[in-house]
Write a protein that binds this ligand. Structure first.
Ligand SMILES: C[S@@+](CC[C@H](N)C(=O)[O-])C[C@H]1O[C@@H](n2cnc3c(N)ncnc32)[C@H](O)[C@@H]1O
Length: 273
């Protein structure tokens, strides 16, 4: 993978060191329509704080798989963990090398293809498990973990299917297949935690932002182009019309009621047995 431009867009617009959903302690009290970008960045800080509480006491070395732009890494490094990072993305490689001034080991690789001589106490996959193929991902995790080492995963999984073709059914693993894959690869599930509700205000805020700012702006641009330059408008419509309607279907991805219907956002702590 060269550069994931969607993740790059998040990193450059939100300008937080995290690329995950964040964690809201009291989601029922959050008014998502009035959240600021700083509120979301604060929730992202709480996410790694909460996730860290799942790290067992005997862990010292960590491989942060799918490290993004290094927010989790920095948090864990500040708490004294000995940490290496991995990502297949060139943009993230550049950001990490600059942020940590070359002071930590960056592996540029898909985790499925990762080979190492070093073993770690814990592998962290924070919102990266959904990108990693199940079976080769567990094989790499076994290889990179010491005896009785841990795999800590925080990500969303598909827990319900129907025939509506929801975008929520794509780009995440079926929960059952993932847990069966873990067991087949010799991983024992020690702890699980459903944090779906604690992540939903971020989706609600994104939905609100898109409805309030992005859609009206896009509509204005369309009407304006149609009036001032009908020929260009028709050309654009014939070129991108289908593309735009499939992008509109993607809006379902930021509807929390759709997320809840098809997915759960889980924390899993596994141990290599
Ligand atoms: C949503 S971001 C999460 C980043 C970071 N862990 C965080 O919580 O802020 C997903 C990360 O997984 C990485 N990724 C994508 N495919 C991968 C693969 N096959 N192996 C390892 N990492 C991958 C992306 O480049 C990115 O760093």
């Amino acid at each position: 993978m060269a550069i994931d431009h969607v993740l790059k867009l998040y990193a450059e617009t939100i300008r937080s060191p995290y690329l995950h959903y964040g964690y809201w302690d009291e989601p029922e009290k959050v008014n998502a329509d009035s959240l600021s970008i700083d509120d979301i960045a604060d929730a992202q800080g709480r996410y790694i704080e909460h996730l860290t509480s799942f790290i067992p006491e005997d862990v010292r070395s960590i491989l942060d798989v799918g490290c993004g732009v290094g927010g989790n890494t920095a948090y864990l490094q500040e708490r004294g963990f000995d940490i290496d990072v991995l990502s297949p993305d060139s943009y993230q490689e550049e950001v990490i090398k600059e942020k940590f001034n070359g002071a930590l080991q960056f592996f540029k690789s898909k985790f499925e293809n990762f080979e190492t001589d070093r073993t770690y106490d814990l592998i962290l996959e924070s919102e990266s498990a959904c990108y990693i193929k199940i079976e080769p991902g567990f094989t790499s995790a076994r290889r990179a973990l010491r005896t009785s080492g841990y795999l800590l995963v925080a990500d969303y999984f598909v827990c319900y299917r129907d025939e509506r073709g929801s975008p929520h059914l794509k780009s995440s693993h079926p929960m059952k297949a993932y847990l069966e894959g873990a067991e087949a690869a010799g991983f024992k599930l020690l702890k699980e935690y459903d944090q779906t509700e604690n992540t939903m205000p971020t989706l609600d805020a994104a939905h609100h932002f898109i409805e309030r700012f992005i859609l009206p702006t896009a509509e204005y641009a369309q009407v304006s182009l149609q009036r001032k330059n009908p020929l260009t408008y028709r050309l654009m419509k014939s070129l991108f019309g289908k593309n735009i309607s499939s992008k509109m279907d993607q809006l379902d991805l930021v509807k929390s009621e759709e997320f809840r219907k098809y997915r759960k956002y889980m924390i899993y702590l596994f141990q290599k047995v």
